[in-house]
Design a protein around this ligand. Structure first.
Ligand code: ADP
Ligand code: ZN
Length: 718
């Protein structure tokens, strides 16, 4: 058994990380005991480390099965950059390269060997494997993307089925299977198909806490909103569209706006696709516009946003596609644009299916997707619920949690709507009912004499979208029915009549305009931004010289740590999370030099700036308050100690915040209250304290609101 400090030390030495992610340590301990393992973690959970670290600690070579050439190459490059002897064998190599790699393998110089499944089980390869087993030992087999073995999964690959042969041929070598697939059926299939022997099963939560989920209605301004999002976000993004045509159109439009974007879809040649993918991974372009053909095999950890410009077919695809954001654990954004005509398009394509069973499933999945898009509860609760994971809700990191939609009384509108359904004798769909309400002059209306109905034109005061929203809300709440025979005819039920008899009220959640900055840029973040840009371009330069992706050199989070802590020596540098021993010697000097150069330039700049009064400095009495605050004293305690009124201390604290001094707001106002106050500020804007307090109620004091408001204002929000 490895002692605890040793595993952590090994982690730091080889990979540069200080702590294990949830579950990793336990899994690695099991792997070192030669247990079979089934590891289910969401994308970005940190699966690779679970077989890579044991591979380095055990004798012999670990054989990794990986389905795609691109994936293998990425992982091997990343490992080599950490000084780990890893290699791959696949069809991209010539005979000479293959031979020299095989030799290295037999000489025991390789710790991790990546191979494609079909090669591994081929008649030609198995004898070599026997030889490796005999001469240097095989420490484990790791089957990556193990769901490919299952027909129930989304990427079934027949060649994965033959992997069972490994268990038969090498009964004593432990097998680890890894996947991000969430369904029980696939998990059971993996165990059975690979012949895992009483495996230890690790299933992590599928909650990706670093992702912000948001749904917006796809209105005329959607494209402008998309553009704004791309412009205000720092880093790469993926935009998914339903069709090739839309991909091409959107790419052109973005390119026209001088945004470095490339398309990806099945209509391009293999070469074009590979090229575009590589340019995206290497940060030559920021944005890839793609159909769902793009995804599997994209290991890029620093995708900062995934936008669905069209509605996905089901929640599972949405989870997997949006999940390509933020693998590295950094804040990232997932935005879905939604409108009802997308639903119509998908419905139409479902109706083309010939198998009624398939049709039924697809319709049900679409229904769930609509519920997600239109829902007013926590988005995470819906997503995780879909995978059978219970989530208490109120995640604080989705639009519905951060900006709850106010409910408005729409009983009168509902009565108009429902009586119009009644007058039309429950024979029409929503579009026609709304036409009648809004007094349209369609042929259908004239023909049926619906312009003579008492409900004709009584809804002119509301727009088409508003009526649709109400109609769908009535359907959702069960106040109205809809036939599911493909015609979607509206039908009344007992609850509809209760509403028309005024026995029941109807409220509707009104969407609020959301303008959420992706990252809360505080003053400090703005300061390090400049240095970060410098470090990024150095990273890109080094990466290009090696023909690898920039993240292989250092991740975004490591770079940010570097910009924040600004190390002055190799020792300080080596302590940053993400800096493995190998990387200290490899890149330390270059990055330290860049940081030094930045300092010198800043020093000169500051001298210049200080000659003109810019930011005010705190005065003596404020500094005393600051000191006591930093010792953790409350406002009352500071007031008592300094023999001043609490109000004066609050004044000091507010001034200190304005002067950008390190005030810890969390010590003054609970996080929960802060969030609520911020929500209200986003809605009301920069108004006096009284209306804000009226909105929030008695539980909130003026002082609390004032402190949060000043902080909010200093962050530069409107
Ligand atoms: P998965 O295969 O589960 O999608 P990866 O193995 O690619 O995830 O890991 C995702 C990211 O998290 C990678 O950038 C990896 O370097 C990083 N990572 C893994 N383990 C840790 C850890 N213990 N501390 C910090 N970062 C980690
Ligand atoms: Zn939420």
């Amino acid at each position: 058994m490895y002692q605890s400090p040793t595993l952590e030390q090994a982690l730091k030495h080889h990979f540069g990380y200080d702590t294990f992610r949830l579950g990793q340590r336990q899994i690695i301990e099991q792997a070192l005991l030669n247990r079979d393992l089934l590891i289910v973690m969401p994308t970005g959970g940190g699966k690779s480390l679970c077989f890579q670290l044991p591979a380095l600690l055990k004798k012999g070579v670990t054989v990794v099965v990986s389905p795609l050439i691109a994936l293998m190459q990425d992982q091997v490059e990343a490992l080599r950059n950490n000084g780990v002897s890893a290699t791959f064998l696949n069809s991209s190599l010539n005979a000479y390269q293959v031979r020299s790699r095989e030799e290295a393998l037999l000489q025991g110089k390789i710790k991790l060997l990546y191979v494609a499944p079909e090669r591994l089980v081929s008649e030609r390869f198995l004898p070599l494997l026997d030889l490796v087993h005999h001469k240097v030992g095989i420490s484990a087999f790791a089957i990556d993307e193990a769901h490919c073995v299952s027909e129930w999964g989304h990427d079934f690959r027949p060649e994965y089925r033959q992997l069972k042969l490994l268990r038969q041929r090498y009964p004593d070598i432990p097998v680890s299977a890894l996947t991000a697939t969430a369904t029980d059926r696939v998990r059971a299939d993996i165990i059975q198909q690979l012949g895992l022997n009483q495996p230890n099963i690790h299933i992590s939560s599928f909650n990706r806490t670093n992702l912000y989920y948001e749904v917006r209605s796809k209105t005329k301004s959607a494209y402008a909103e998309l553009l704004e999002l791309i412009r205000e976000t720092d880093g790469s993004g993926i935009i998914y569209c339903l069709t090739r045509k839309k991909v091409d159109e959107l790419t052109l439009k973005l390119q026209h706006e001088k945004i470095a974007a490339l398309p990806y879809h099945a209509g391009l040649t293999d070469e074009e696709r590979n090229q575009n993918q590589t340019r995206f991974i290497r940060d030559d372009v920021r944005v890839i516009v793609a159909t769902i053909a793009f995804g599997m095999g994209i290991n890029k950890p620093d995708v900062r946003f995934v936008v669905h410009f069209d509605l996905p077919r089901n929640i599972e695809s949405y989870y997997q596609e949006s999940g390509r954001a933020g693998r590295d654990g950094e804040t990232s954004r997932c935005l879905l644009f939604y409108n009802f005509s997308d639903v119509k398009t998908i419905e139409w394509s479902i109706n083309q299916k010939t198998d009624p069973q398939e049709q039924l499933i697809a319709k049900q999945q679409l229904r769930q997707m609509i519920d997600y898009a239109e829902g007013t509860v926590c988005r995470r609760t819906i997503q995780l619920g879909y995978f059978g994971e219970r989530f208490a809700g109120n995640c604080g990191n989705c639009d519905n949690c951060r900006y709850p939609k106010p409910e408005q009384d729409w009983t009168i509108e509902a009565m108009k709507f429902l009586s119009c359904v009644a007058r039309c004798k429950e024979k029409y769909g929503m579009g026609h009912i709304i036409d009648v309400l809004r007094g349209a002059k369609t042929q259908k209306i004239i023909q049926n004499g619906h312009d003579k109905l008492s409900t004709y034109g009584i809804g002119k005061d509301r727009g088409l979208d508003e009526w649709r929203m109400l109609g769908r809300s009535l359907l959702h709440k069960g106040f109205l029915e809809q036939t599911s025979d493909g015609y979607a005819v509206l039908k009344l039920n007992a609850l509809s009549w209760e509403i028309m008899r005024r026995q029941r009220t109807v409220t509707v959640a009104i969407p609020v305009a959301q303008r959420v900055p992706l990252t809360d840029r505080d003053a400090k973040a703005a300061e390090v931004d400049l240095l970060l840009q410098k470090l990024r371009s150095l990273r890109k330069q080094i990466a290009d010289a090696q023909s690898v992706a920039p993240y292989v050199i250092f991740s975004d989070s490591t770079l940010r740590l570097m910009a924040q802590s600004q190390p002055k020596s190799l020792l300080e540098f080596s302590k940053l999370s993400g800096v493995a021993s190998h990387k200290v010697s490899q890149y330390g000097d270059q990055f330290l030099a860049a940081i030094r150069a930045y300092h010198q330039k800043q020093g000169l700049l500051e001298k210049k700036l200080n000659s003109t009064p810019s930011d005010e400095l705190p005065i003596g009495t404020e500094l005393q308050t600051l000191q006591l605050h930093q010792q953790g004293l409350s406002v009352a305690e500071i007031a008592k100690k300094r023999n001043l009124r609490p109000r004066t201390i609050i004044d000091h604290l507010c001034n200190l915040i304005e002067k950008k001094q390190p005030i810890d707001l969390n010590l003054l106002v609970s996080v929960e209250k802060q969030q609520k106050i911020l929500q209200v500020l986003e809605i009301l804007g920069d108004v006096p304290l009284t209306p804000i307090k009226e909105y929030l109620g008695d539980r909130y004091s003026f002082d609390e609101i004032r402190l949060v408001k000043i902080t909010w204002r200093c962050r530069g929000k409107r």
